[in-house]
Design a protein around this ligand. Structure first.
Ligand SMILES: Cc1cc2nc3c(=O)[nH]c(=O)nc-3n(C[C@H](O)[C@H](O)[C@H](O)COP(=O)(O)OP(=O)(O)OC[C@H]3O[C@@H](n4cnc5c(N)ncnc54)[C@H](O)[C@@H]3O)c2cc1C
Length: 345
């Protein structure tokens, strides 16, 4: 695949930010990737998938590498599990649908999350009470400088809430090539989170199935989240902050209606004795009066305060500046410092 120069990245990020990459190349296999890396050893590299968790704040003075490696393969199965490997360039929701059609359980609650398989472990994607780490078996990644493949098991990834080793010390050092999932042959359903149960009732579902739960999640997401094809965004811009029980008790006296959840080791487990409390970042932002705010083409979504939007021609720096103002006002009112979920580039 040839290298292109001065390429607009507008179509490669769901915020629709119009910055340029000095060099841009897509790769379909490891030979192509090795060739691109060998030809350009000194140029800074940024790897992207679907661009749905990135805010570009400036032109990229380097090479953007888009992972387009495809393929889904069953590695092995036993009575309880099927182990499936998906290449990093596979569309995440397409992969979820592939598994649902075969009645494999574990990722149905993660339906309709935009982006590619390769970025999913990067931020340990999560939704509706389930996180990727709960079905993660391992991944293969390519070390950019050493040009070597490396295997990562669950304990190598340091998964946390929207976090992993690839978001921290290994950022831009490894390219994830494929991810292996351990999926359930006899699915266990997680329907207590959000409005899943009500949606299933509304749909008239009598018997739970991975297909039904996935459809319920899709319906809820479509009704709540702005579609990037209609308005530029990257989903939740901030993480829901975690605070200590003591901090929470002080705040609760002032704001008894503040939405909060116990922090669990794994979202779908019963073990919730972490001593920390999660607060809804969207509520904090809304209380500071930001919901529906617009300055030029940068804004806060009219019905989802956690989602920052580009109405058309906003620059990444406009959106970033707005996010900075939000962080400061939430800190001033609640003493909580919001952390960005979106990768700022
Ligand atoms: C409307 C909307 C709703 C969303 N809802 C959710 C949600 O419910 N839960 C959730 O967790 N997220 C959600 N997201 C965020 C986003 O979809 C996920 O983070 C997704 O996994 C990003 O995938 P991507 O391929 O688009 O990654 P990109 O945006 O392309 O990249 C994200 C980061 O991962 C790195 N990266 C990408 N591919 C690789 C690779 N192969 N190897 C190494 N690093 C790589 C990039 O350098 C970048 O730092 C939502 C986004 C949108 C727009």
């Amino acid at each position: 695949m040839r290298i292109r120069e001065n390429v607009s990245l507008r179509q490669y990020n769901t915020f629709g930010i119009n910055v340029a990459a000095r060099y841009f190349a897509a790769f379909n296999n490891t030979d192509e990737l090795s060739a691109r890396l060998e030809e350009n050893p000194r140029i800074h590299k940024i790897i992207i998938g679907g661009g749905s968790n990135i805010l570009f704040t400036k032109d990229v003075d380097g090479m953007v590498l888009k992972n387009e490696m495809m393929g889904i393969e069953v590695l092995k199965e036993d009575n309880d599990y099927v182990y499936v490997r998906a290449a990093a360039g596979e569309n995440w929701h397409g992969f979820v649908q592939y598994c649902i059609q075969r009645n494999w359980g574990g990722i149905e609650n993660l339906s309709l999350i935009p982006g590619c398989v390769g970025a999913a472990p990067m931020q340990n994607i999560g939704a509706y009470g389930v996180e990727l780490q709960e079905v993660f078996e391992g991944l293969t990644a390519f070390h950019i400088r050493d040009m070597k493949m490396q295997h990562f098991g669950p304990s190598d990834c340091a998964f946390g809430y929207r976090d992993s080793v690839f978001k921290k010390e290994y950022r831009n050092r490894f390219i994830i090539l494929d991810v292996t999932f351990r999926l359930l042959k006899k699915p266990v359903f997680h329907t207590s989170y959000g409005a899943i149960r009500q949606e299933l009732e509304k749909m008239g579902v009598k018997e739970l199935s991975v297909q039904a739960v996935s459809r319920a999640v899709i319906n809820i997401r479509r009704s709540k989240l702005p579609d990037p094809a209609v308005i530029g965004n990257a989903g939740s811009f901030f993480k829901n902050p975690e605070i200590t029980v003591e901090q929470f008790q002080t705040l609760e006296k002032l704001y008894p209606e503040m939405p909060h959840y116990p922090v669990k080791k794994y979202p779908s487990s019963a073990d919730n004795d972490s001593g920390r409390v999660k607060i809804a970042a969207g509520w904090l932002i809304e209380q500071c009066g930001w919901k529906g705010f617009r300055n030029g083409d940068a804004g806060v979504h009219v019905s989802q305060a956690l989602v920052l939007v580009n109405y058309g021609k906003a620059k990444g720096s406009d959106i970033y500046r707005l996010s900075e103002e939000i962080v400061q006002s939430v800190q001033k009112k609640f003493g909580i410092i919001l952390d960005r979920e979106v990768n700022i580039l």
